[in-house]
Design a protein around this ligand. Structure first.
Ligand code: AMP
Ligand code: MG
Length: 472
């Protein structure tokens, strides 16, 4: 069999100010370590033999129709504007239109230096590649919009991070790689033609029913306002919500120092470079609004009547917190089994979360077990749960639906941080059993799986991941 990818490229047709043509830089000894056959089917990708796929997904031999390029963008990193970023270690091979009619990018990440690499080596090491593979596919399994992973390849080369590490390349699939930062760079440079072209392109590709820059702004705002409460509802912390990691399509993108919480605490941060806690769990909604405000600022530049545009954009941005709060409430109401809405639901949910934080309750296991003794066992002081539960029971009396409806919204499985770390260590030592097992279990996170009880447990004291990640 020969690997074929039915490319149908549109980004490569845009004027060349949007990218630099750049082929992946070949690697020494590629070895295919993961291939996502289910996703391949959706993309209409025909798998080839293993050697051929290793060569292709390492960037050594490009499938017919690929037009590799590195995309240009800028962005605010931790609140500071960086005038030029761009794909420093990734190339877009092209796009396909899937069996579901959705157009998607196929990108190699870790594929070597590009004109935008700055000081970087253009490479990735195996750990972050496998983390992104597992966590992005888990996110998909949870039903949350996300980029996906089509393949992972070990390169047979060493990359230098804290020490010498095995190199790898991830094949990432996204509805597009347009980011807030893609708009920012053209706005900041005063390249209004580019900004207009990009706006039209994004509208046509993602929001064909919306009109004009403000229509785009409203659509991206809505997508992000839906996305962040979904993260919150499964205890996910993105870790680097920079504007260059904020997708126009509204997908979760760029899994760097991200993780799912074990014990609930609103201030949880995983990234060791986030010393101020800017991207802490509970700050995520506020940051999403901030990012959309940056998109507004960029989009406005192309409008003729600036005063009017500022007024409209301000309104669009100012509506976002309430919108997000509404989505958040919807999600958390569902998590505690409420179908109807009452005014006091917010305080009921907040009270539970406060008690969970005070009692170091495991986020996932508490919600999954609500109503049983297993939930109360999550609390250092189980009476803290009992007191809350009394009020909750009274509230449930006024509901018609049975409580087990929560099993379809409260996952049994998340990719726990310590399991991801153990998986990486095993893979580095050549054992992909934990990687394959995590992927298989996380495909069905809402199903109890009797042979995977160990993956439900929070880390033992000696398993807690101490050194969190900065270098990717
Ligand atoms: P990230 O933190 O992955 O969102 O990346 C932020 C920026 O740094 C992007 O422009 C990346 O392309 C770039 N970058 C990250 N790692 C590397 C690397 N090893 N070599 C070159 N550029 C990199
Ligand atoms: Mg990024």
């Amino acid at each position: 069999m020969t690997l074929t990818i039915p490319f149908d490229n549109t980004y490569a047709r845009l004027p060349n100010v949007f990218y630099a043509r750049q082929a992946p830089v070949p690697v020494r000894a590629p070895r295919l370590v993961a291939f996502n056959a289910d996703l391949a089917r959706i993309l209409r990708v025909t798998p080839g033999d293993v050697t051929e796929m290793a060569e292709a997904f390492a960037g050594n031999a490009l499938p017919e129709g690929a037009e590799p390029l590195a995309q240009l963008y800028s962005g605010h990193q931790f609140g500071h504007y960086n005038p030029q970023l761009g794909d420093g270690r990734a190339v877009l091979l092209g796009e396909t239109v899937g069996t579901d009619g959705v157009r998607r990018d196929i990108q190699l990440k870790g594929s070597g230096p590009t004109p935008f690499s700055r000081q970087g080596d253009g490479r990735a090491w195996l750990g972050p590649v496998l983390r992104e593979y597992v966590v992005s596919e888990a996110m998909h399994g949870l039903g949350i919009p996300t980029t996906r992973a089509l393949a992972a390849v070990e390169t047979g080369e060493i990359v230098l991070r804290e020490g010498p590490m095995p190199g790898a390349v991830l094949t990432r699939v996204a509805q597009s790689h347009l980011r807030v930062g893609t708009f920012q760079i053209f706005a900041a440079r005063g390249q209004l033609d580019g900004l207009r072209t990009l706006t039209d392109y994004a509208l046509a590709r993602h929001y064909p029913d919306a009109r004009g820059p403000m229509g785009l702004l409203r659509s991206v705002r809505d997508a992000q306002a839906r996305l962040i409460p979904q993260w919150m509802s499964v205890g996910f912390i993105h870790g680097v919500m920079n504007t260059d990691n904020c997708s126009i399509a509204g997908e979760t993108i760029d899994y760097g120092p991200c993780a799912f919480m074990d014990a609930y605490h609103p201030n949880t941060v995983y990234s060791s470079i986030d010393r101020m806690g800017r991207y802490a769990y509970s700050n995520q909604p506020e940051i999403a609004v901030w990012n959309i405000a940056q998109l507004a600022t960029a989009l406005i530049q192309q409008m003729d009547d600036k005063d009017r545009a500022v007024e409209e954009a301000t309104e669009i941005v100012h509506e976002m917190p309430d919108l997000m709060q509404q989505h958040w409430l919807d999600r958390f109401r569902a998590k505690i089994g409420l179908v109807t809405a009452e005014d006091d639901d917010l305080s009921l949910i907040s009270d539970l979360l406060t008690r969970m934080a005070q009692n170091r309750a495991d986020f996932t296991n508490t919600f999954r077990a609500l109503g049983s003794d297993k939930a109360r066992d999550q609390f250092l002081d189980p009476e803290a749960y009992d007191t809350w539960s009394d009020g909750w029971r009274a509230r449930l009396e006024r509901e018609k639906a049975p409580i087990d409806v929560t099993l379809s919204v409260n996952p049994a499985f998340i990719p726990r941080n310590h399991r991801v770390e153990q998986m990486i260590q095993a893979a580095v030592a050549g054992d992909y059993t934990p990687f394959n097992r995590l992927n298989a279990v996380l495909e069905r996170p809402y199903d109890d799986q009797a042979d995977a009880e160990d993956l439900k447990r929070p880390p033992a004291d000696d398993e807690v991941v101490q050194a969190t990640f900065c270098g990717t």
